[in-house]
Ligand binder design. Structure first.
Ligand SMILES: NC(=O)c1ccc[n+]([C@@H]2O[C@H](COP(=O)([O-])OP(=O)(O)OC[C@H]3O[C@@H](n4cnc5c(N)ncnc54)[C@H](O)[C@@H]3O)[C@@H](O)[C@H]2O)c1
Length: 435
């Protein structure tokens, strides 16, 4: 598929990291209203630079526009692309109002075009492993989700100095003004809704906790930097999602079922370890002991914290193995290696590749318009809940879906392969014989 990028800021460089693994995505060129920036990345990555958006849209070779502009520009950039007959993949959130998002999906549908977008972490190896383990009955019926999206205390993080690999400043003003929930909650909502279906009702609270984050004047200057949302699902399950740029970094996601728990260390690492604990009297009682709780290696001997599951591998997982294309020093290569292994490892082109695959195979997009509108609506409701709290019944919904199987290998069911550790088994037998 021939694509063109609009918006070459901070996140553009993240998209470029895995470009080498996607020969099926041919980049015709880039455009940015910041001409200097567009020229810089054009030269750096060897890409054609369009002088105007009109020229990009007039390029008959381009079949899809990738919208990486600032959130306020999303609507207009996407609308113009659809009017020009291009498919669109947009960064999240799609727009700032549900009515605008609906307009865009209607326009796409009238023109027989695809409109889809981020987040694509639902396709990550770790999330797919988790979804598959739940589907296989590894934890019994899932009833509760706890999801954390704490990005660290922004006021201490010197975010004014953070730049991308080609020098784009991290857009801290936009991030502070639009809010961490608006920017981030979609990552958790996408997999939670993929797992549990549409949200039937929600209760949310959002508030600014730290007024001073930067010397740069902000408008508005009171955007919530903390939110908590309780989501209720039609199948009776519930989820609690917390977002902040106040608490130290924590991106864990946990799914608790009637028979066990699945835990992923981070949504933002596509190969984050996934652990399964099948509850036993020993593992549940073991949790009461501080030593077993605080020393995972010891705890695991007794089932506390469970066992690591082998990850499912997407047939594009190898994209995470390396980064090519940028001229990088030994130092930046080491830092990138460390990041890929320890903190953050995303393949943002994966969503576009899934879009291309569905188009090529002439099947519906994996993330349907209804699904994306629902994520958009919940995001807006939680961000704007306010400190008085909000209860709401979302107006959007979607038909629960199964992802097409794009994982190359077939793993045995986690439910079948799970075997309690020796200490857990022995203690279990011992406690039973003393009942
Ligand atoms: N920064 C991140 O870590 C991050 C991560 C994931 C997703 N995102 C999302 O990606 C999008 C872009 O974020 P970013 O961090 O790259 O922002 P950015 O401010 O660094 O870059 C946005 C770029 O879009 C350009 N632009 C704005 N309006 C335009 C228009 N009408 N036409 C052409 N170009 C235009 C700007 O000049 C700028 O270069 C946002 O939707 C954001 O939520 C950002």
């Amino acid at each position: 598929m021939k694509i063109a990028f609009v918006g070459c800021g901070f996140v553009f460089d993240i998209y470029m990291r895995t470009r080498w693994a996607y020969p099926e995505l041919e980049i015709c060129g880039v455009f940015d209203i910041n001409r200097e920036r567009a020229t810089h990345v054009g030269k750096h990555y060897g890409l054609h630079v369009y002088d105007t958006y009109e020229l990009l849209l007039a390029d008959a070779d381009v079949s899809a526009v990738i919208n990486l502009t600032n959130i306020a520009a999303h609507y207009e950039v996407t609308r113009r692309a659809l009017l020009a007959g291009k498919h669109v993949y947009s960064e999240k959130p799609l727009t700032t109002e549900l009515s605008l998002t609906r307009d865009l999906f209607e326009l796409a549908s009238q023109r027989g075009l695809v409109l889809t977008g981020a987040p694509c972490n639902v396709f990550a190896d770790s999330i797919r492993t988790l979804l598959r383990a739940v589907r296989d009955g590894a934890i019994g019926k899932p009833v509760l989700v706890y999801a954390e999206l704490d990005y660290g205390p922004a006021h201490l993080m010197k975010l004014e100095h953070k730049t991308s690999s080609t020098g784009a400043p991290w857009p801290y003003v936009e991030e502070f003004q639009s809010g961490c929930t608006f920017e981030h909650i979609g990552y958790h909502l996408a997999w939670i809704c993929a797992l549990l279906g549409p949200v039937g009702a929600l209760t949310a609270f959002s508030k600014q906790l730290i007024a001073y984050k930067t010397d740069t004047p902000l408008s508005p200057d009171d955007t919530p930097d903390y939110s908590v949302a309780n989501l209720e699902f039609a199948n009776g399950a519930a989820a609690r999602v917390t977002c902040s740029i106040v608490a130290p970094r924590d991106h864990r996601l946990r799914v608790i079922g009637l028979e066990g728990e699945l835990c992923v260390d981070s949504y933002s690492h596509f190969r984050a370890p996934v652990t399964l604990e099948r509850f036993s009297p020993v593992s549940l009682a073991g949790r009461k002991l501080r030593t077993l709780r605080n020393h995972p290696v010891l705890g695991r001997l007794f089932g506390v914290g469970g066992q690591r599951l082998p990850l499912l591998h997407h047939d594009k997982s190898h994209a995470l193995n390396a980064e090519h294309g940028a001229h990088r020093s030994l130092k930046t290569r080491f830092i990138d290696w460390l990041r890929r292994h320890e903190t953050y490892c995303q393949d943002k082109l994966l969503g576009i590749a899934e879009m291309e695959r569905a188009l090529r195979e002439q099947r519906p997009q994996p993330l349907t318009p209804d699904f994306l509108m629902h994520i958009n609506e919940i995001t807006l409701l939680v961000q704007r809940a306010g400190s008085q709290g909000l209860t709401a019944t979302p107006s959007t919904t979607f038909a629960p879906f199964q992802f097409a199987d794009t994982c190359g290998d077939k793993l045995p069911s986690a439910h079948i392969t799970y075997r309690p550790r020796l200490c857990e088994r022995l203690l279990h037998r011992f406690t039973q014989s003393h009942d």
